[in-house]
Design a protein around this ligand. Sequence first.
Ligand code: IMP
Length: 438
Amino acid sequence: MPGTCVIGLQWGDEAKGKIVDLLTAGRRYVVRYQGGANAGHTVVVGKEVYKLSLLPSGVLAPGVTCVITGGVVLNPAKVLEEIDELLARDIRLDGDRLKISDRTHVILPWHFAEDRVLDTSTGGESIGTTQRGIGPCYRDKVARSYAIRLGDMYRPDFKERIARITEAKNRVLAAMTNEGEFEPLDAEAIYEQYAEFARRLEPFVADTTEILLTAMEKDEHVLFEGAQGSLLDVDHGTYPYVTSSNSSGVGVANGSGVPGCHIEKVLGVVKAYSTRVGGGPFPTEQDNEKGQYLRDRGNEYGTVTKRPRRCGWLDVVAVRYAARLGGVDGLCLMLLDVLSGLDEIQICTAYEIDGRRTNVFPSHVEDLRRVKPIYESVPGWSEEIDQVQSYSDLPAAAHAYLDRIAELVGCPVDVVSVGPGREQTIVVNESLRKPALA
Ligand code: IMP
């Protein structure tokens, strides 16, 4: 079973890119299987900082083939921009190093327009989408009539398809907006632009399901890189304040075509506290000076949208739920250094709802909105830990915090991160390095 998955156990931005980067050495493939350019991952290599949105973090490791599977919604302009930016920094991607599934659904100009119009239509709080056209593209995928997959762009009827859908979308968007708010889309111009995207992307287009199933049968090591976090999962997250794909562990098989029986290890990535971008309930949110402390020290501003992130204490009810949902067998505890300097740290260990105590994560968002978090307070530590290289050199209070999290979530802590750099990573479970040594 040569597959390893890295998934976020909160509301995204858990620093998964860093863990993917750590585990990439020795893998044959690194795979992005859901989401799109709504994700943002930062990888720091020495003094170089790389910000990626669609390309898997594995592009920075020579010898690894990066794969974007059919579960992803592809913004062709964005992926080409990332390929060009890497080229400008001497990282050349060719068809051997990057494979993009012909099954990916393509984001088109009407998806951006629809994202703008529809974001506020949940009836209450806005979802606060990233405005990258993600939800509208997934909706067209499921509805089928107006969908375009990457493979369709190489078929003789592509131009006719664009014309037909543009005409329909112009009518829909005109009906959804006030007069003068929406400029009708020009089918001819869209066709010209997307035909050029298709030409440039052609060397990368492949049947990635076949490639990955064959890789699994040959026992090649494959790393699956989740985007967003489990609590933003469209089926299992805080619906409707979620993204439009299966961003929890359940999404690996449907997004990539690789069944769960090939997955050997699932790593759950967790911040030492919680953050959320966009709307929706957030029980442990600290909209106060404590939250600002976390935001400042953790530089909690969106990689993609630059929005300030909402910050709060670690919510173990939510993390435990996400870990169980994903079949997680090891935790990566990130940004532990951000907590230095706090006298005490709060862990939410249970919720109270209607006077009842529970550790079950509510299935309805309005119940989650009503919960009162029950906190356990643990001592903090004053010293900076961003230079600490080994687990034993962490302060005793940090050990106690990590031990308590492992106990409450029911999973060991395999990795501790104390800063953004590769060298600021403490690998507790040495077997994670196994494929690199093989
Ligand atoms: P969408 O994915 O753009 O439709 O946005 C839906 C919700 O998911 C919004 O609350 C976004 O802020 C959130 N979201 C989407 N991608 C990410 C991410 O990579 N990190 C954190 N939040 C995200």
